[in-house]
Design a protein around this ligand. Structure first.
Ligand code: FBP
Length: 253
């Protein structure tokens, strides 16, 4: 009960717009320009843009978010992460405990599971314990459900995305973050199979205003609870304008 109330508290009328900024770890600084390389620029965007939460790893959360004016923006602390330098079967180890996230002031925690990877079982196991621990503190858990590894031919194929979404429900996620499956119809299925677990879109590489807004319209019409976006906002020439456009789509009744 407490967990779903806390998740609801993060929303605007049940809908979510999160700003993702874990790319420095996941992709390296190559994703950033001179503005977005600075965590303060992103935090300012999250604050003035009125994002429901910001997603950070613990280093940036400690050094730029905690004890600052920016801690008015709720924090989703990403508990695991990996670089893309390592080319083996994907595994994203836990680098931060739930307790540490809670003490830092996080409102929710996040964790990536690469289903289909040879290391899937390590991640589902870690995730299982994380859910128990987080729920004991009343913290909602968001699962980045990313099918990946040599067994996965197409990580955005509709059936694969729906599978990822369903696994999120099965392993206890309160919310799953999934990639776009290519159509409203297929995304509706991914939302449907997730049942009571909320589904949000994972933004993806920068594609420009019109294309991204069309994808967001499509997933919202498919029943998504919202969007966690990174590159399509802070790689945009005018991130605040894009934020406003996204809010119009996501929060419109
Ligand atoms: P974007 O909106 O920029 O795609 O961010 C969403 C996200 O899930 C980030 O949280 C994460 O760093 C990145 O995408 C992972 O991307 P990849 O698919 O390359 O692993």
């Amino acid at each position: 009960m407490k967990v779903s109330r806390n998740l609801e508290k993060l929303s605007t009328g049940g809908k979510y717009l999160f700003l993702a900024y874990d790319h420095g770890f996941e992709h390296g600084p190559t994703d950033f320009n001179e503005r977005s390389i600075d965590p303060t620029f992103i935090l300012e965007l999250a604050l003035t843009g009125g994002y429901n939460a910001i997603v950070l790893h613990k280093g940036i959360a400690e050094k730029y978010w905690a004890n600052s004016v920016y801690c008015k923006v709720p924090l989703i602390l990403k508990l695991n992460g990996k670089t893309n330098l390592y080319k083996g079967e994907p595994y994203s180890p836990q680098i931060c405990s739930v307790k540490y996230a809670k003490d830092l002031g996080a409102s929710a925690v996040g964790y990536t599971i690469y289903i289909g990877s040879e290391h899937e079982c390590k991640m589902t196991k870690e995730f299982g314990f994380i859910v128990e621990e987080a729920h004991a503190f009343g913290l909602p858990v968001v699962a980045w459900m990313y099918p990946r590894g040599k067994a996965i031919e197409n990580d955005t194929a509709p059936d694969i995305i729906a599978y990822a979404s369903r696994v999120g429900l099965e392993v206890g996620a309160d919310m799953v973050k999934i990639k776009y499956s290519g159509s409203q119809e297929s995304f509706s299925k991914a939302v449907m199979v997730a049942g009571k677990t909320k589904v949000i879109l994972s933004g993806g590489p920068f594609v420009g205003d019109e294309e991204f807004l069309n994808i967001v319209k499509c997933v919202m019409a498919a029943g998504a609870a919202g969007v966690a976006v990174g590159r399509n906002v802070w790689q945009n020439e005018n991130p605040l304008h894009m934020t406003q456009k996204l809010k119009e789509v996501i929060f419109s009744p």
